[in-house]
Design a protein. Structure first.
Length: 694
């Protein structure tokens, strides 16, 4: 059997009815044209038709698949100078396209590489259309990592871009908006997902849509529980009988059962692994055993021996096992119990991960950097839509845009500014998000897409910050790795009486296995009286007066009306001056201060008497009063209010804020009221706020 160099468009017919159209590589068998569809080879009839009601010529799935090396045009791991996939990895990569595989993939065993190679194999060797492959990941960070990696595994960038890669919540949003007339789901995240489950079970259009999927890959299945597990179970029920499923999981890394940043819904018991193990037909199990991430012997013991201790400890859950895992990790590190300033010096390698169990710990350590650069990786911060988007579209009035107009606006941007994009790359992204053709886009559609709470990753910056080491929680860095990792290991005494000890033990393990070559542990510092407001803002109550260290810069702290709103700026020119400053300094680290006005709105300025750049949302003020009540609870008869200044706010350049065309919440100056695009400062602080009696 040979393969032609061409691909052709094919009509798939079953029982005399066309059921779908596909694009496939043209093959030859006995001199006759044929194509692969769902793992089987069908003869080409009338030039562009295959009849799947008739027997296939030769089941592709019966051909030998386990070869010494895959014939894929993909990068292959190199061991001692010799390209090599191990046998377990090949069993996953080259599994039959319709196979249902449950892959036990411990940290560092090449899971992401295998998943990308699996996709490449399905496309290159099995003839599956890229757009008929779904890859479901747990976090947006993991989605970005997989998407970037996949581009190196496929010859054409178009094939990689066509594969659907998204979080489960993003897939739910797509299904809801594709088949439900209501503009926005009305409830909470979990309520909205429950609505999507109902839609999948009852909507004929969804049945048809899901029947076109040929393979689904699910990442981090151990972290999917509650209503999200129910959603995946419902999706799998509706897939065609020939649709393959590849699931990756590691129970030693299940850290989101009752995680601080993603609460499971209490009324939906069980998790996805429990669901998958009871399905019919059953899944075949494959174990990835060999650790690829590190060749350092001591670290390899963390990945293997400590992992087994973590898994075994689930049968005997208590603080003694937590302490045992903690001590075992400490014995295997390069430097143990270092001071924070020693472990994270000013000239530290900017690729270093500095990880903590708690949000307040991470923010405290980052605040020690002063004017030195650092990045943050944790939930709760706004999506960093590329600032060039607002720089180009801020005054655009039309509903559509031609490529020539886009290139003209890009060329008009100030030379040397950080906001000038590569025109070809930027236009490609815009067409993918809102294209009506290769040369025109719908600006209204672009606004709707970018105004979502989680806009598409290709339009966003990856990191919160402009450079330097990455500070974050272990939860926020799940799925990432670095040559060097600095890890704070909490002691069991600090976990609290209501802590899930089983989960906390796995959190330690996940943090320790982010390192490729060097692992340093630092002494835990005591963060007493740390907490969060009802909105999720972190704070630490400090002794010595009425004071608290408070987090600033969360998602929602700056909205459109705080940037170009009529209530914020007296004239459009005043708003334009602030926008111009953000454009000029979009790539620099600046310090700022927020001063409270008579309306209790905090105005962000470079210095006390300089023009306003933005106004913080009223939620900041509400949270400060909530923190004041928390402080006052320790002082009977005292009422406290925040002082009029929030000092030491960092501005990490700018981001774009986009308002949907039908969003009437904001009263904005023109031209932003019509265009819907504006710049916002990327602000962040964990700064001391004083309170006074009243």
């Amino acid at each position: 059997m040979g393969m032609d160099s061409r691909t052709i468009k094919v009509r798939v017919v079953r029982d005399g009815r066309e059921i779908k159209r596909i694009e496939r590589p043209l093959r030859q068998i006995d001199g006759k044209p044929a194509v692969v569809y769902r793992g089987n080879l069908y003869p080409l009839l009338a030039g562009d038709v295959i009849n799947v009601s008739q027997p296939s010529l030769d089941p592709v799935k019966s051909e030998p698949r386990m070869v010494a090396m895959p014939s894929l045009p993909i990068p292959v791991p190199v061991v001692d100078g010799v390209p090599k996939w191990d046998t377990d990895q090949l069993a996953v990569i080259q599994g039959a396209p319709e196979a249902r595989l449950l892959v036990d993939a411990g940290p560092g065993t090449g899971k992401t590489a295998v998943a990308c190679a699996r996709v490449a194999w399905l496309i290159s060797e099995c003839g599956i259309t890229p757009s008929n492959i779904w890859l479901i990941s747990f976090t947006r960070t993991a989605v970005r990592e997989i998407r970037n990696r996949l581009r190196t595994y496929l010859k054409g960038g178009g094939e990689a871009a066509s594969v659907h890669i998204a979080t489960l919540d993003s897939y739910a949003w797509q299904i809801y908006h594709g088949f439900e007339s209501q503009a926005e789901p009305p409830g909470s995240y979990d309520e909205n997902i429950s609505d999507v489950v109902k839609l999948i079970r009852t909507h004929e259009g969804v049945f048809e849509y899901l029947s076109s999927i040929e393979h689904v890959l699910i990442d981090e299945a151990q972290d999917v529980g509650g209503v999200r597990a129910e959603l995946i179970d419902t999706l799998l029920e509706q897939l065609g009988s020939g649709c393959g499923i590849t699931v990756f999981a590691d129970e030693a890394q299940a850290i989101y059962g009752f995680a601080e940043e993603r609460k499971a819904s209490g009324d939906k018991p069980g998790n996805l692994l429990t669901v998958l193990r009871s399905t019919d037909p059953p899944f075949s199990s494959v174990i990835l055993r060999d650790v690829k991430r590190t060749s350092t012997p001591r670290l390899r013991q963390v990945f293997t021996d400590v992992r087994q201790v973590v898994l075994d400890s689930r049968r005997h859950i208590n603080t003694a096992h937590f302490d045992h895992v903690r001590e075992r990790i400490s014995e295997l590190v390069d430097i143990r119990d270092a001071e924070m300033k020693t472990a994270v010096p000013p000239d530290i390698d900017p690729s270093t991960l500095v990880l903590f169990r708690g949000r307040a710990d991470a923010l405290t350590a980052a605040s020690f950097r002063g004017l030195l650069h650092y990045r943050l990786r944790m939930s709760g911060y706004p999506a960093l839509i590329e600032p060039w988007v607002a720089a180009v579209f801020w005054s655009w009035q039309d509903k559509g845009m031609h490529r020539s107009d886009f290139e003209r606006l890009v060329s008009a941007l100030k030379d040397g500014t950080k906001l000038v994009p590569d025109p070809q790359r930027a236009w490609t992204v815009l067409v993918r998000l809102a294209g009506e053709s290769k040369s025109t886009i719908s600006v209204h559609r672009l606004r709707r897409v970018l105004s979502r709470q989680s806009p598409p990753l290709e339009a966003c910056r990856a990191e919160f910050g402009l450079g330097g080491p990455i500070f974050g929680t272990i939860h926020g860095s799940k799925g990432r790795e670095a040559d060097s990792v600095v890890l704070m290991l909490p002691k069991s005494q600090s976990l609290g009486t209501d802590a899930d000890i089983d989960e906390e033990t796995r959190v330690l393990f996940v943090g320790a296995t982010r390192a490729r070559h060097r692992l340093i542990t630092v002494k835990p510092y005591s963060v007493r009286f740390a907490g969060s407001t009802q909105s999720g803002r972190a704070f630490i109550l400090r002794s010595g007066g009425y004071r608290a260290q408070v987090e600033i810069g969360r998602s929602g702290d700056i909205t459109a009306d705080g940037l170009v709103g009529i209530s914020t700026f007296a004239t459009p020119d005043d708003a334009g001056s602030a926008q111009k400053w953000l454009q000029d300094y979009s790539g620099e680290l600046q310090m700022a201060i927020a001063i409270s006005g008579s309306d209790f709105g905090y105005r962000v300025s470079r210095e006390k008497d300089t023009p306003t750049l933005a106004v913080l949302n009223n939620q900041v003020n509400k949270d400060l009063f909530e923190i004041g009540r928390r402080i006052a609870s320790n002082h009977p008869g005292v009422n406290l209010r925040p002082n009029g200044a929030i000092p030491y706010i960092r501005i990490f350049g700018a981001r774009s804020v986009v308002v949907a065309p039908d969003d009437k919440r904001f009263d904005l100056h023109e031209p932003w009221a019509t265009s819907g695009f504006m710049l916002a400062p990327v602000v962040q602080a964990f700064t001391m706020v004083s309170f006074r009696k009243y």
